[in-house]
Design a protein around this ligand. Structure first.
Ligand SMILES: [Zn+2]
Length: 292
């Protein structure tokens, strides 16, 4: 289904590939920005055709990234996964070619040495595991899996207090890799290699991180869910529906936009639909994502 959506970038010596699980999902902007309207979206002409429809709907994708750095093969998030029971029908019992697509992209699953989850929402941890018979087993049994310590502690607290509406993914996508002894709980100063480090970007979830790639004077950053659609570059302070701490998330987005505005760093959005990447540049008094 998705091999045609594979995309490659190179940042210095680092190879990056995008594996798309759900491509170009159109939804009302209120799913992301609760108080926005289609007309509000339409005023940002630069969002079309990639990130918004002419009618003012947003377009997002669900995708993962895989990096090759210093001989390691590193998954950044693992999408939604197959055979799951989820809150939304569209994500329930999905059958996709994610693992095959990884191989087509040049990264067969057995070559993955490291798995880093930017945060622990269901659509970033799914392929941590796969279903074999009636058991969930690690998809990448030879890899180290990295979860933020603070992030994991928060989800543990939510589970213990029944504090979140949708936690089915913990049992099928998180617990099995912990029980297999594959997980390392990490702090924000963790580096996968000297080319791949983390930027704490809290708010969407408490331990959320973005991933900074720096090699031979070139750089890129994978946002995670610090933002979902490039419209949030234009209005970073606007409240986002999916953010656990809306105020902290807004401050984090704003700081991110300021930091990478007018820099050569390629911004790769975890939910940005094709082409998924660009540069933050000024747009009058605000900012926009300039794609190639
Ligand atoms: Zn997400």
């Amino acid at each position: 289904m998705a091999a045609e959506h594979i995309r490659h970038w190179r940042v210095g010596d680092v190879e990056i590939a995008r594996i798309v699980e759900v491509n170009g999902w159109e939804d009302d902007i209120t799913m992301l920005l609760p108080d926005a309207t289609p007309e509000f979206v339409q005023q940002f002409a630069w969002l079309r055709p990639h990130f918004a429809t002419p009618e003012g709907k947003m377009i997002i994708s669900f995708q993962a990234f895989v990096l090759r750095s210093r001989g390691r093969t590193v998954m950044i998030d693992t999408c939604i996964g197959a055979d799951r029971q989820r809150e939304f029908d569209v994500f329930t019992n999905m059958k996709t070619t994610f693992l095959e697509d990884l191989a087509v992209a040049g990264f067969p699953p057995e070559s993955v040495t490291d798995v880093l989850c930017t945060h622990l929402h269901f659509d970033h941890v799914g392929w941590n595991t796969k279903k074999v018979g009636d058991r969930w087993v690690p998809t990448f049994p030879q890899a180290r899996y990295y979860f933020g310590r603070k992030e994991f502690e928060h989800w543990k607290f939510l589970r213990d207090t029944n504090g979140y509406h949708d936690m089915a993914h913990l049992a099928d996508s998180i617990d099995p890799v912990i029980e297999a002894g594959l997980v390392e709980f990490i702090e924000p100063d963790f580096k996968v290699t000297d080319e791949v480090s983390l930027i704490p970007t809290p708010g969407h979830t408490p331990g959320h991180v973005s991933v900074l790639i720096e090699s031979r004077g070139q750089s890129a950053v994978i946002t995670g869910d610090m933002m979902h659609n490039p419209i949030q570059i234009a209005v970073p302070l606007r409240e986002g529906r999916f953010d656990m701490d809306k105020s902290v998330a807004a401050q984090t987005r704003n700081a991110f936009v300021q930091r990478f505005n007018a820099t050569p760093t390629l911004v790769i959005g975890s939910h940005f639909s094709e082409p998924s990447a660009g540069h933050i540049v000024a747009d009058g008094p605000a900012w926009k994502l300039k794609t190639e």
